[in-house]
Design a protein around this ligand. Sequence first.
Ligand SMILES: [Fe+2]
Length: 401
Amino acid sequence: MTHRSHIRRITDLNKIAEFYAPGKIIFGPGGISQVGAEAKRLGSKALIVLGRGAMRKSGALDRLTHLLIENNLKYAIYENIPSDPTVKIVDAGTDFARKENCNLVISLGGGSVLDTGKAISVIVTNEGSVADYQEIEGKGRKFQHRPIPFIAIPTTSGTGSEATRNAVITNTELGLKKSIRDPWLLPEVALVDPELTLSLPPYMTAISGGDALTQCIESYLGKKNQEITDVLALHAIGLIGKSLVKAVKDGKNLEARKDMAMAALLSGLCLSNSGLGAAHALSHPLGVYYKIPHGLSCAVLLPYVMEYNLPVITKRLAKIAQSLGEDVSLLSESEAAQRAVEKIKEILSQVGIKDNLSEWGIKEEDFPQLIKGAKGGTLNNNPREVSDKDLIELLYKITGL
Ligand SMILES: [Fe+2]
């Protein structure tokens, strides 16, 4: 045994891991049929949080309200949630939920809708604005009171917010995108029905899948990795390798949609318990300053961050290559790790995600702001230390400057 691996063993033996999950996970095609019974168990009047009309059009909202009425529940609707919800949107939704006397929140939508509903459910029972509780430079108030129950029904397969204990909210005033975080923020019920994702357009399927993939890989490689999330991450990476391209090319392929919905759910469990890394850290300021969709910036950054991490985390990257179905039996560990990076690049290119963000007009003079916005816990979880200079290099790579 080398000196190095000896140290690693001792570290692992001293590690105490904690694992949080939603109160209940309901997974499977047609699973939405259970929402009435679940809502009845948890409350009497629901605030339904929705995005910009896709769920009205698809008929999913009708289905939801019908199931609530059937179970004698009342509801009020808070809709038109944009991507990257702001403090203002959460605070206004909270006022509305209080005025309507809602004692339950149901979000039906993508990650932004889920995060908005989750944030409202906890601000409703606590005083002040959501901004008071954001993790900004080590500050942020602690929640004093439990939230009202929250049911998360994702309609994209990406953020994994249905299984996390944080919500990402944009603070426009401070130019930051930061989380509120507490175990209380775990949904009471995560209801994952892959049929709800059948109408998701190819581009959205690609970038939300890119987000789930980045979440699994970053948490698997991160400093806070643990045995439970390791297993989940590797399985989810395999599902994404098998089914992301299929789901993008043929949205009606239920098996591929089911794999992606499961992978996204698992990615949420992974990130919530083991953290993320440099791709997510940089993706947040890119969202604030350039409105680059979260999944897109994560996916573009992912292979560069993997390459950056390769020297310190070779063995784990080699495992990822195996999970992606690559035959690495004749390769050295570092060749296998490199193969994982190549395979990720191939998958991303097959779903139409480019290897840079040059068309988003990122300017060199904004680099200092972007670097400032990238700092914090997420960046610190990256397996290899990331200096400002390293961040600048990553930015040059993705901007094509
Ligand atoms: Fe993400």
